[in-house]
Ligand binder design. Sequence first.
Ligand SMILES: Cc1cc2nc3c(=O)[nH]c(=O)nc-3n(C[C@H](O)[C@H](O)[C@H](O)COP(=O)(O)OP(=O)(O)OC[C@H]3O[C@@H](n4cnc5c(N)ncnc54)[C@H](O)[C@@H]3O)c2cc1C
Length: 305
Amino acid sequence: MTSPEEPFDCEVAVVGGGPAGLTGAIYLARFKRSVRVLDAGCSRAVKIPRSHNMPGYPQGVVGAELVAAMRAQAERYGARVQNTHVQRLQRIEGGFALHPDDGGEPLRSRLVLLATGASDNEPAMPHLAEAVREGVLRYCPVCDGFEVIGCSVGIVTDGPRGVREALYLRHFTDRLTVYFTQPVEVTEEDRRRLAAQGIGMQPAPVRALRLREGGGARVEYDSGSDEHDSLYGALGLRVHSVLATALGAEHDEDGYLVTDARQQTSIEGLYAAGDVAQSLNQITVATGGAAIAAAAMHRVLGLPG
Ligand SMILES: Cc1cc2nc3c(=O)[nH]c(=O)nc-3n(C[C@H](O)[C@H](O)[C@H](O)COP(=O)(O)OP(=O)(O)OC[C@H]3O[C@@H](n4cnc5c(N)ncnc54)[C@H](O)[C@@H]3O)c2cc1C
């Protein structure tokens, strides 16, 4: 509740309860700052069956367990995490108002950490969640290229980014084929680069992707079908930056928010970390950015009074 004397509900509002937002909340709560986390509950990290590149977990860690542990750690130090989708961010005197989409009272905060992440554009595939859980459908060669060393892999794409992803994966396996979800004009240069690396390309658009009994997946197209151990979706990401861009925050051509070295966006008092601001899309990058943002916000908030 706000009053005329204290117009703010908290010092920092964090939007997003994935690795970036929860790391920000842990740091800020331990800096004795009042912090509220508003989270719509769709973290990409929760979809990770088991991450093997998270430092400190030699056996890997299940994404949902990691996020739950981060949340427990934030709450232990007094951060309040609530299940809310923020629809609009508004500048107010000395801070921000965060409007929930249920029409409830806005939350007023001096500073905001935007940690709203991004979402993968998913291929049309029955049993998609199961395919991701089983590691049959993957999205992130930086995360799990190691897991497909020597495997047969299909890259499902809608354009040239699939060629780039195939060339990236070529370091891990030479059993690669690129598939398109729509008719695509592949440039001579791209054809040459794929051929030079022995990467196959199926020009007929994909008709269906199916889980294969006993593991792997089948890619069906007009003139036939192929089987693979794993598929990579290379269909791009939707960056959840609209709360900031609606206020005029700068972003790059892919939609990622532009921040300074302290993770502040071009809007004073509005910080951003994680997948909404970093195209590498990694947990460690998200947590690192959030730690930098939290330390900067702590300094800006200064001493009491
Ligand atoms: C299948 C898969 C495997 C992966 N494997 C790895 C791996 O092994 N290693 C690795 O480092 N990375 C991996 N990643 C990437 C990793 O999950 C992301 O980089 C990481 O989750 C980014 O953290 P974040 O906090 O920025 O965003 P997220 O974890 O996506 O969290 C963002 C949160 O913000 C919430 N939100 C969005 N908009 C609003 C709003 N308006 N109001 C309130 N809340 C909102 C969302 O609901 C979500 O809970 C993988 C991703 C996928 C999909």
